[in-house]
Design a protein around this ligand. Sequence first.
Ligand code: FES
Length: 114
Amino acid sequence: MPKITFITQDDKSITVDGQVGMSLLVTAQDHDLEGLEGMCNGCCSCGTCCVEIPELGGTLLTPMYSGEKQVLSALVHTTQNSRLACQIIIDSKHDGLIVKINKIRHNTLYITGS
Ligand code: FES
């Protein structure tokens, strides 16, 4: 199983076994890691699963498709290393991947009424 290291919102490093074929979002949620709400349940429409993948790790990932790019472009707190955890499916080549959970809790596209 590929080992995935999450850097939590309080800067703790937690390494978990990643299951090939599962998303980073589900992996984080299965290990009760806070900060990835996944409000749209992985449908690539909310942005609440936004993470940072340090540059070297990013080269291991599949390229973003247009829907992921569109969601990320609408979020406020992103960098060039931002990705959506629901869109990254774990592969055996992801062993050693580092994933930073955003410290901004409400990085979301949902607009709530007053
Ligand atoms: S869970 Fe909504 S965009 Fe990833």
